[in-house]
Ligand binder design. Structure first.
Ligand code: MD6
Ligand code: FE
Length: 201
């Protein structure tokens, strides 16, 4: 039986994906990024984010001077690629067997990249969970409260871990403090990929 831990109300399924399953997803993501290249978003205040991102699915998440939102098209003007089957299989286990996710957001963390504390807040119906897959280098995941500040708890997410925010955990603040660059050999040039799957509307 695989190891499931809870921090706050988040569920973390340790080592859910074996090396073969991880490699299959990475391979499928190569096809996605060929069609929808990674880009460097800026925050609504114009600060560059340290992660690079792209999406698959009917909607992609973007951020720029006009704000955080979902868009039908990649910034280059093309539709987002389909979500790979290898990724949908993870969603069916933890998200829904009947409702497909609208968005598969792909974040790439190079050396020094991080993600500030935030809530996943741009979807219409928070009764759907967010399912997240970690690939490559380990990352320090911090989870807090319904409002900014207060006590937090942290854990290292490793390649193959699946984290789910649902129910009372769905609206908690969370972020990535840092990655341990070069700690995994899954990605040939190092770094970390995080995939988040969401129902948007
Ligand atoms: C990351 N994860 O792991 C950032 N959001 O790089 C998230 O922001 C996240 O892990 C919603 C649900 C699960 C997550
Ligand atoms: Fe998030």
């Amino acid at each position: 039986m695989q190891d499931v831990i809870r921090i706050r109300e988040a569920e973390i399924c340790r080592s859910e994906l074996d090396r073969r399953a991880q490699a299959q997803i990475v391979d499928d993501l190569r096809t996605v990024v060929k069609q929808a290249p990674l880009f460097s978003p800026t925050t609504p205040r114009g600060r560059p984010m340290s992660v690079r991102m792209t999406s698959a699915g009917t909607l992609g998440w973007v951020s720029d001077r006009r704000g955080y939102r979902y868009e039908n098209l990649h910034p280059a003007g093309e539709p987002w690629p389909d979500i790979p089957e290898s990724v949908l299989a993870v969603w069916r286990r933890h998200g829904s067997e009947t409702r497909a996710p609208d968005c598969c957001l792909i974040n790439y963390y190079g050396d020094g990249a991080r993600m500030g504390m935030h809530r996943d807040n741009d979807e219409k119906d928070f009764s759907w969970p967010v399912v997240s897959i970690s690939l490559g280098d380990a990352a320090l995941f911090r989870i807090g409260n319904l409002t900014r500040g207060g006590r937090t708890e942290s854990t290292w997410l490793e390649s193959g871990d699946v984290a789910i925010l649902r129910g009372p955990a769905r609206r908690l603040y969370h972020g990535i403090d840092r990655i341990r660059f070069g700690s995994s050999d899954l990605l040939p040039t190092g770094g970390r990929i995080n995939i988040t799957l969401r129902v948007v509307d």
